[in-house]
Design a protein around this ligand. Structure first.
Ligand SMILES: [Zn+2]
Length: 128
């Protein structure tokens, strides 16, 4: 919901509340007060739904970009691999750090889940 629309609704309710005061009707005033609260609660809900929807869209567009090339995930035009654990568990795109050459092969590390991944070396499958 646009900020402008939200303001418009609240202004309308306030105007109605002011108009109703003329009638000096306690019940009517109370009803308008309740309505104001309900509208505020609804707008809060709409706002958080909008945020959740934006988050889903971001994740969805990431899912479309991520390509699995065993054992890692990559994005087009980005040579740095992403952590398969963070991506598969949390849909969290985290670039791996590395590779560091060690005796067993090449080691990549994830700065988020602290997992290490090995490629190449002594014939062992990547540790995922
Ligand atoms: Zn990770």
């Amino acid at each position: 919901m646009e900020e402008r629309e939200t303001m418009g609704i609240m202004e309308n309710v306030k105007e109605i509340a002011d108009l109703a005061k003329k009638y000096n009707d306690g019940e009517l005033n109370q009803k308008i007060c309740d309505l104001e609260d309900q509208i505020l609660a609804l707008m809060t809900q709409v706002h958080s739904l909008e945020e959740a929807s934006e988050e889903s869209e971001r994740t969805l567009s990431l899912i479309k970009k991520m390509q699995f090339k065993k054992p890692f995930y990559f994005q087009e035009d980005d040579p740095v691999p992403f952590c398969p654990r963070c991506w598969e568990k949390e849909k969290n795109p985290v670039h791996l750090i590395g590779p560091v050459k060690i005796a067993a092969g090449l080691r990549f590390g994830c700065p988020n889940c602290k997992e290490y991944f090995m490629i190449g070396g002594g014939g062992r499958d990547p540790a995922i």
